[in-house]
Design a protein around this ligand. Structure first.
Ligand code: PLP
Length: 480
């Protein structure tokens, strides 16, 4: 078990060489007020360089991550992050930029942003995009702010946004954050939007509809064109939650399907890391009639070069400091350029193939409520195992013992004991088979040895935690 670094401390060990006395005492006294001077020694661990390196290397493997093992977390698209993305984002010309540098010294960076916007437009079938939002949900908020401005500029105050009951939770919360009220749409027995329900609820008071496509069941909205048409009849805006664009790349696009706005998660579809809550990218792309509302500044091309322009009087303003998370844009750019049009199409085809492979393989042992051809993910259910006294949570915890991350559980809410599985295209058949074997063993254990599931996980650094307490009272000091 890895301990706190203080537990490795031993008097006299040191991993750095510093000048004996970097600054004379009198200089310190002259410039630093007496009240700010330290009275006691700093409590720092005394450790050698290899001890520090080993400590952090060991720590880095205590948590699961995509470089360590399979990570089929549905909806989150935990695909492998190619190392070339990081290498290029780390180049001095990108990593050492300052946001306030003169424009003529950052032409390369601006060109990258300009080209990335163009590539996103090609992939989404849209007219223009902003790279500013820092996450998918932030893109949604930006999108609904544009929806609001669109109606307001026509002198209308529309109150509602329609959101299906299968929606990702961020959709209603984004609508709410932009001061809309939401109206839920029912899913039909096929897991898609109920058209009659939509017709009943659509009106001139509804500003727009947000739908996730493929939806959170991993199913393509079969009547999407009809849905778009109904909303457009009332001049509503149709927003596609495109967090799952990795299922559509090169096959179809939100623009082709008639949507007006879509967001794109760089940290899902375009393989930027999900940095532990760190910087992400939730670009949004829009059709012609909404371009003028996009956030500023926008990169434009003039005869003198690339220029950051805020000269868009109808803009909704800024949604993030400076221009967004530039390092994430570089990663998305490298990913798309490396793959090319043919490559990104393969990404989606393989993501779909891998998901269907797992769906069919698991269908023997696990309930799959909407068991038909899926897109990049699908939702199984622990319902049958529930009858044996096994909860979906037990299955998820047991998977950790196999060195696998658990799928998303208990989401979407419309499936009981949901187990939402997204393998992504970056996994080999061997890895998928390993996952299937683990799930089959868990199914056997449910019948023969349920205790091993109730008490799982057995092999992780910490055993089963009270999840609420663990979230509220962070405790990383088990070494003491
Ligand atoms: C991940 C996801 C979001 C939210 O994206 P964040 O970057 O986590 O804010 C929204 N909708 C769907 C369908 C998603 O999968």
């Amino acid at each position: 078990m890895e301990q706190l670094i203080f537990n490795y401390s031993s008097k006299g060990n040191i991993g750095v060489s510093l000048p004996a006395k970097p600054v004379d005492d009198d200089v310190v006294k002259k410039y630093v007020p007496e009240s700010l001077l330290r009275k006691t020694e700093l409590n720092l661990p005394e450790v050698s360089e290899p001890e520090v390196v080993r400590h952090y290397t060991n720590l880095s493997t205590m948590n699961h991550h995509v470089d360590k093992g399979f990570y089929p977390l549905g909806s989150c698209t935990m695909k492998y992050n190619p190392k070339i993305n990081d290498k290029i984002a780390g180049m001095n010309g990108f990593a050492d930029l300052h946001p306030l540098q003169p424009e003529n010294s950052v032409q390369g960076a601006l060109e990258l942003m300009y080209d990335l916007e163009k590539m996103l437009c090609a992939l989404t079938g849209m007219r223009a995009a902003t790279l500013q939002p820092a996450a998918g949900s932030h893109g949604e908020l930006t999108g609904v702010m544009i929806v609001k401005k669109y109606h307001e500029s026509k002198g209308e105050k529309r109150k509602y946004i329609l959101v299906p009951d299968s929606a990702h939770g961020t959709n209603p919360s984004s609508a709410y954050s932009a001061n809309f009220k939401t109206i839920a749409l029912r899913s039909n027995e096929k897991g898609c939007i109920d058209i009659d329900d939509l017709k009943e609820k659509m009106s001139n008071e509804v500003a727009g509809l947000m739908i996730t496509n493929p939806n959170t069941l991993g199913l393509f909205e079969e009547e999407v064109e009809r849905i778009v048409e109904i909303v457009h009849q009332y001049d509503g805006i149709v927003y596609m939650d495109g967090a799952n664009l990795n299922a559509l790349l090169g096959i179809t696009s939100p623009g082709d399907l008639g949507f007006d706005i879509t967001h794109i998660n760089f940290h899902k579809t375009f393989s930027a890391p999900h940095g532990g809550g760190g910087p992400g990218g939730g670009s949004i792309a829009v059709v012609e009639k909404l371009v003028k509302y996009l956030p500023v500044p926008r990169v434009i091309k003039t005869e003198k070069g690339f220029h950051l322009s805020s000269d868009f009087p109808d803009t909704i303003g800024k949604v993030l400091g400076y221009y967004g998370n530039f390092g994430v844009m570089v990663r998305a750019y490298v990913y798309i350029v490396m793959l090319g049009v043919r490559g990104v199409t393969e990404v989606s085809k393989n993501a779909i193939l891998n998901a269907n492979y797992l769906r069919v393989k698991l269908a023997d042992k696990f309930a799959i409520p909407y068991n038909r051809k899926c897109m990049h993910e699908f939702v199984a259910s622990g319902e049958n195992h529930r009858e044996l006294g096994i909860k979906t949570l037990d299955i998820a915890k047991r998977l950790l013992d196999f060195g696998l991350h658990a799928p998303t559980v208990y989401f979407p809410l419309i499936v009981k004991e949901a187990i939402m599985i997204e393998p992504t295209e970056t996994e080999s058949k061997q890895t998928l088979d390993k996952f299937v074997a683990a799930m089959e063993q868990i199914d056997r254990e449910a019948h023969e040895n349920p205790e091993v599931l109730h008490s799982a996980p057995h092999k992780t650094p910490v055993r089963r935690l009270d999840e609420l307490k663990a979230n509220k009272e962070l405790n990383v000091c088990w070494g003491k």
